[in-house]
Design a protein around this ligand. Structure first.
Ligand SMILES: [Zn+2]
Ligand SMILES: [Zn+2]
Length: 238
C-alpha cells in the first residue's frame, strides 16, 4: 500500500471492522460524547414516531430524517472548531472503497451525539436505524469509490451522485461548503448548497498536514488542532 492516504483509510477501516473504532472514540474523548448521549436518551424520549400510523411509513420517516441528520451533522462538522476534526476525512488524496471509513475518532463522537438526538426525539426501534445505517454505509462506499457518475436527472434532484461528493472533497476553494448530502440530494437543494460542475476535480486539502507521519500521529494532530481552534474561539467569544 504505497499511498499514505490509503494507509489512513485502511487503519480506520480495520479498526471499524474489529469494532475498535468506538473504543478509541471513547478513549480520546474520555467518554464525553457517550455520557452526553446517554443523558439525552434518558431525559428525551418524545417518541414522535408513535404518531406515524403504519410501520412502512415509520421506516420511511426514519430513513428521511436519518439522512437529514447526516446533512446537518456534516454542515456542523464544516464549522470551526469541528472542521479541525472533519478535516482528516477531507485529507484523503484518493478515493477507494474504504475511504468512507476515514474519519477522526472525535468526529465519530459528535456523530454518536447527533444520532442520540434523533433517537430520543423519534423513539424508533433500533432495527429501523440498523436498516438505515446498512444502506447508508453501502451508499457511502459508492460515493467514495472514485466513480465519475453524475446519475443524470436523479443526481440533480433525488440522489447524491459520486461526482457531487467528489466536488465536496475538492481542493479548489470555489467548491467549499457544497454538497453535504449523504443519500438524498434534495437537502442540498432545499438549503441552497447544491453545486455541479464539468471541471476536472482534484480532491484533498490546499494545505494538508496529514498522511506524512502515520495514522496515530494524524489522530493526535487532529486533537491538537481541535483544541487550539476551540481555545481561540473561546477567547474571541469572551
Ligand atoms: Zn465534508
Ligand atoms: Zn467524503
Amino acid at each position: 500500500m504505497k499511498d499514505k492516504s490509503t494507509q489512513g483509510d485502511f487503519w480506520c477501516w480495520i479498526l471499524s471492522i474489529l469494532n475498535l473504532f468506538d473504543f478509541f472514540t471513547l478513549l480520546f474523548s474520555f467518554g464525553f460524547f457517550y455520557v452526553l448521549s446517554i443523558v439525552f436518551l434518558k431525559t428525551g424520549g418524545l417518541n414522535l414516531l408513535s404518531y406515524v400510523p403504519a410501520v412502512y411509513l415509520q421506516c420511511l420517516v426514519i430513513f428521511c430524517l436519518g439522512d437529514l441528520k447526516h446533512y446537518l451533522w456534516h454542515r456542523f462538522m464544516h464549522a470551526l472548531p469541528f472542521w479541525e476534526l472533519h478535516k482528516y476525512h477531507h485529507s484523503a488524496t484518493e478515493f477507494n472503497l474504504i475511504t468512507t471509513s476515514r474519519g477522526h475518532f472525535l468526529e465519530r463522537g459528535v456523530l454518536v451525539f447527533f444520532d442520540s438526538l434523533l433517537f430520543s426525539l423519534m423513539g424508533a426501534p433500533l432495527a429501523y436505524f440498523a436498516i438505515f445505517l446498512w444502506i447508508k454505509e453501502f451508499y457511502n462506499q459508492l460515493l467514495h469509490s472514485n466513480l465519475n457518475w453524475s446519475l443524470g436527472w436523479f443526481g440533480k434532484y433525488i440522489f447524491v451522485s459520486p461526482k457531487a461528493h467528489k466536488l465536496h472533497h475538492s481542493k479548489a476553494p470555489e467548491f467549499y461548503g457544497k454538497n453535504f448530502g449523504g443519500i438524498f440530494v434534495f437537502w442540498d437543494r432545499l438549503f441552497g448548497t447544491f453545486m455541479s460542475t464539468e471541471k476536472e476535480i482534484t480532491i484533498g486539502l490546499e494545505e494538508n498536514p496529514y498522511n506524512a507521519y502515520g495514522f496515530w500521529w494524524d489522530m493526535m494532530e487532529g486533537v491538537k488542532a481541535f483544541g487550539k481552534s476551540s481555545l481561540l474561539l473561546t477567547k474571541k467569544l469572551f
